[in-house]
Design a protein around this ligand. Structure first.
Ligand SMILES: CC(=O)SCCNC(=O)CCNC(=O)[C@H](O)C(C)(C)COP(=O)(O)OP(=O)(O)OC[C@H]1O[C@@H](n2cnc3c(N)ncnc32)[C@H](O)[C@@H]1OP(=O)(O)O
Ligand SMILES: CC(=O)C(=O)O
Length: 538
């Protein structure tokens, strides 16, 4: 039997722009539209021309090559024709291929929010769709509050759907605007809508207010709709929209859907999913969610020793799909929950190969567990794990030793009488027998220590020139008087590699210093490995 086509409609740039804390610039919109084209969605809803300068400018040019470039707006106002409604005309005169108009379909909302008669609302809907079709645009109607409206007055909600279709709408989209509908209700109501509208003209737009936007979307597809609206990483008004980054791989990889349906997204496009999701978070300047389904850093990460052991024998033991199918990676982590299988995999990442019965492995495992009990956490600090492994295995070169360091913070007045804070650090290190002292000022004690330690590393200085501190996170463990501080430092170098190191101490400066020291040590190990001079463990 031929597969039925599902159409993916992305509203990241429209409903996503209604997310608290997110404001897209024109450049953001252009760049995100590029990501969506790479992903292969069928429609890109770019915003609301006429509503704000960025969206108006965005629609002055055609911004998509393959996907239908879609403008959003509301149906015409009562008391004027579509031709005399500037809001409608802004959409029709834009460079959009398709126009998606929101129409109220809940009788109560028509009366209280629009303050017009139910028939007037149907008239607005009909005229708006007809005007869009006459202007040569594909017309879509977003039926706002459709599920709540159907529960209140099914005949009126259905008459909105019918009016839109009769006027020439290509798609009528059933919106769970308040996000409170349950999957079984979605299934039931979509089944009843099919009595007046064919499924290949119906869409679903689900909000995530009960955490079920994805489940509601899948329920609607099973019930018969063929267009799916959603956003990248699930952004959107309040709790967000249905997350396309979760829905798409489910449609492509799960036989329940893949055997019946096809989308424009093939296996090759799906392999870009993780990169696209992370590039989007990068654009938003926020950290990707580790536990995001399919694409999160933890989605294929195994911490438990028993799991790691089985996983290495058969990946399907703890993976529902292969990580590479969505462009993600398998990670076997080192922690208190680890066994020797976790360690062997983590060591292999650093080109350290040991036999499972090598007694040094037991020693390393015991060291990791003892340190984790003191507050270290190696599952997020793989570079510190590499340094520790070399140390315990006896293969860590003695690059440099720190004789002592001092950091000071002074608040004083300058010559103009202004209050200033001066932070300074002094570090004495010994490299190949030679004592080197460096002094640096920084915008804080950690920054000053970092600069001082890297200022003069003697014969190793040239090897760390491209080392850069990217991020610095502090966490207080245990609270109260016995508190210890855990510092996580993120570093990168000219190769683009990023790595994480950790330091733990009751003193925040000591903890930071340890993490910085390990970052430099890791960088030196890395450059030696690249030059083939690191001692190999066998
Ligand atoms: C469920 C959703 O997510 S719908 C998407 C909502 N998105 C947005 O609102 C973002 C962009 N919006 C905006 O920039 C502004 O609201 C604008 C430019 C569209 C309109 O601004 P204003 O003219 O100042 O109106 P305002 O926002 O205060 O109120 C909306 C008006 O539209 C009317 N309206 C709302 N929905 C519809 C509809 N489907 N059809 C016709 N009129 C509607 C309301 O009754 C209200 O009319 P009133 O001003 O006579 O009371
Ligand atoms: C149209 C829309 O975004 C909604 O009803 O949720």
């Amino acid at each position: 039997m031929p597969k039925e086509r599902l159409y993916i409609f992305d509203t990241t740039l429209r409903d996503g722009a209604q997310t608290a804390g997110i404001e897209f610039s024109l450049e953001d919109k252009i760049s995100i539209a590029g990501l969506l084209e790479q992903l292969g969605v069928d429609y890109i809803e770019g915003g609301y021309p006429g509503a704000n300068p960025v969206d108006t400018e965005f629609f002055e040019h055609k911004r998509t090559k393959r996907a239908k470039f879609t403008a959003f707006g509301m149906t015409k106002r009562a008391g004027r024709s579509a031709a005399n409604d500037p809001g409608i005309q802004a959409l029709l005169n834009s460079r959009a291929d398709a126009t998606c108009f929101v129409a109220k379909t809940w009788d109560h909302q028509v009366k209280t929010a629009l303050e017009i008669g139910l028939d007037d609302n149907l008239e607005n809907l009909r005229d708006t769709v007809a005007a869009a079709v006459a202007a040569g645009k594909e017309a879509l109607i977003d039926c706002e509050h459709f599920f709540d409206g159907f529960k209140s007055n099914p005949d009126y909600a259905l008459s909105c759907v019918k009016t839109a279709l009769d006027a020439g709408a290509r798609w009528v989209v059933l919106c769970d605007t308040n996000g409170g509908t349950m999957p079984s209700e979605v299934r039931d109501i979509v089944g009843k809508v099919l009595a007046v509208a064919p499924g290949d003209h119906l869409g679903i737009h689900a909000h995530d207010d009960t955490g079920q936007a994805v489940a509601n979307t899948l329920a609607a597809i099973e019930a018969g709709v063929r267009q799916i609206q959603g956003t990248l990483n699930g952004i959107g008004e309040r709790c967000g929209n249905a997350n396309l980054i979760t829905i798409i791989p489910t449609l492509v990889l799960k036989p329940l859907f893949a055997d019946r349906f096809e989308t424009n997204i093939d296996a090759a496009r799906l392999e870009r999913l993780t990169q696209i999701s992370r590039a989007f978070d990068d654009r938003l300047n926020r950290a990707p969610q580790r536990q995001a389904p399919y694409v999160g850093a933890s989605a294929f990460a195994t911490k438990a020793g028993i799991h790691a052991s089985a996983l290495l024998k058969d990946f399907s033991s703890y993976e529902h799909v292969p990580p590479e199918s969505v462009g993600n990676e398998r990670a076997i982590m080192v922690s208190q929950q680890a066994g020797k299988s976790n360690l062997l995999t983590a060591l292999a990442r650093h080109d350290i190969v040991l036999a499972k019965d090598d007694p040094r492995l037991e020693k390393l495992l015991a060291t990791v567990k003892e340190r984790e009990a003191r507050g270290y956490s190696y599952d997020g600090a793989d570079a510190s794990f590499a340094v520790l492994a070399h140390e315990v295995l006896g293969t860590l070169p003695s690059y440099f030793t720190v004789e002592n360091y001092r950091a000071s913070v002074e608040r004083r007045h300058n010559a103009q009488g202004e209050e200033i804070t001066v932070t300074e650090a002094v570090v004495k290190i010994r490299v190949a027998g030679e004592l080197l002292m460096s002094v640096a000022e920084g915008n804080g004690p950690v920054n000053a220590l970092d600069l001082a330690m890297r200022k003069d590393l003697g014969k190793y200085s040239s090897r760390i020139e491209d080392l850069e501190l990217v991020d610095f996170k502090v966490r207080i463990l245990d609270g109260g008087t016995g508190a210890v501080t855990r510092v996580l430092v993120e570093s990168r170098d000219g190769t683009g590699e990023r790595w994480y190191t950790i330091g733990v101490s009751p003193n925040i400066i000591d903890a930071s210093f340890e993490a910085l020291y390990e970052s430099i040590t890791y960088k030196l190990l890395k450059t030696e490995a690249a030059q083939g001079t690191t001692e190999k463990v066998a």
